[in-house]
Design a binder for this molecule. Structure first.
Ligand code: SAH
Ligand code: AVI
Length: 311
């Protein structure tokens, strides 16, 4: 097994407390979505991907299978494949099989997801060199860069969880790492389909959202009473995004370290945005970030797009 551990330190979570305090001190309280992904959150996200209402993962898998030959021609064989937010790495397997990268660099903030994916890939592809990097892709990271052609892979529409300015900054940063990029982007569609995907009948998305408060209790010793909070997700058409919130079901106070936060009945904590782009809208964003040429592959139903960006 040609696997190598890079940056195996436990993820620096000193910032977690500061980020939580800052977010809950803002006029519209918010929490950064990157904190969803502790071990429990990563497990819940894996369950979301298999929900009947959550078309996102199936659509991207379908389009990747359907256009794999063209995607592989675009990316080129033997490249260094760098994947941001690699998670379970299900789609990565398809690309790895087709591209035969010289090195695969999965990057994720979730130690549990990164370890499990690296183990599974090492079993599946015994001769593949894997350099996992544990870290936050919104900050500068130490990535071992080879002289080979490099391709950045950012699937899953995780780019949709960034605001357009953050997405622009992310694309500009990636352009400095690789001349080619494959980005999975969820497309605009009937809001009722979006609503169902983020309000599944089995309540897994609700559990994923509420796990953020459970994590704050576990890791920061807070006293959120989860029975007093409700998952709330809706499509905001003016901004073209799903918003996830946690709604306070009654007036209450929560202690986190030395801080006390008051919540009015009905007040929400904004926990995630999930932007949906038209093909043209995303092309414009990529062009502004300096990607000159672009092509896109979609699934049969036109739900999801994989953009191939070239400098
Ligand atoms: N690529 C997979 C997983 C998408 S879920 C798929 O397409 O299904 C989003 C992934 O990004 C999770 O594994 C999460 O842990 C990771 N992630 C979210 N924010 C991150 C950040 N700021 N830095 C690094 N990884 C992040
Ligand atoms: C990871 N990301 C693209 C998911 C999304 O659809 O925005 C996270 C998610 N949130 C709720 N369900 C899934």
């Amino acid at each position: 097994m040609a696997r190598e551990r890079r940056d195996a330190r436990p993820l620096e979570l000193a910032g977690f407390y500061q980020d939580v305090v800052a977010g809950l001190s803002a006029p519209q309280k918010f929490l950064p979505p990157k904190y969803f992904y502790d071990a429990a959150g990563s497990r819940l996200f894996a369950r979301i991907c298999r929900l009947p209402e959550y078309y996102v993962t199936r659509a991207e898998l379908e389009l990747t299978r359907r256009h794999l030959a063209a995607i592989a021609r675009f990316a080129g064989r033997g490249c260094q494949l760098i994947e941001y937010g690699s998670g379970e790495g299900i789609k990565s397997r398809l690309l790895i099989r087709a591209l035969r990268p010289s090195v695969y660099v999965p990057i994720d903030i979730s130690q549990a997801a990164l370890d499990a994916a690296a183990r599974a890939l090492a079993r599946k592809f015994p001769s593949l060199k894997i350099h996992p990097v544990l870290g936050d892709f919104s900050r500068p990271l130490q990535i071992p860069l080879l002289k080979k052609p490099r391709v950045v892979y950012f699937p899953g529409s995780t780019i949709g969880n960034l605001d357009p300015e953050e997405a622009h900054a992310f694309l500009a940063m990636s352009r400095g790492i690789a001349a080619r990029m494959l980005v999975g982007v969820d497309l605009k569609k009937d809001p009722s389909m979006l609503h169902a995907a983020y309000n599944d009948a089995a309540g897994v998305t609700a559990a994923f959202n509420l796990n953020l408060l459970a994590r704050i209790n576990r890791e920061l010793g807070a006293d959120f009473d989860l029975r007093r909070w409700r998952h709330y997700a809706f499509y905001n058409p003016a901004l073209g995004r799903i918003e996830m919130h946690l709604g306070s079901m009654k007036a209450q106070k929560v202690a986190i370290g030395e801080h006390r936060f008051s919540f009015a009945a009905g007040e929400t904590i904004h926990t995630e945005n999930s932007y949906k782009y038209s093909l043209e809208g995303f092309r414009e964003l990529a062009a502004r970030a300096g990607f000159g040429r672009a092509q896109a592959w979609t699934d049969r139903r036109g739900l999801f797009a994989l953009h191939g960006l070239n400098t």
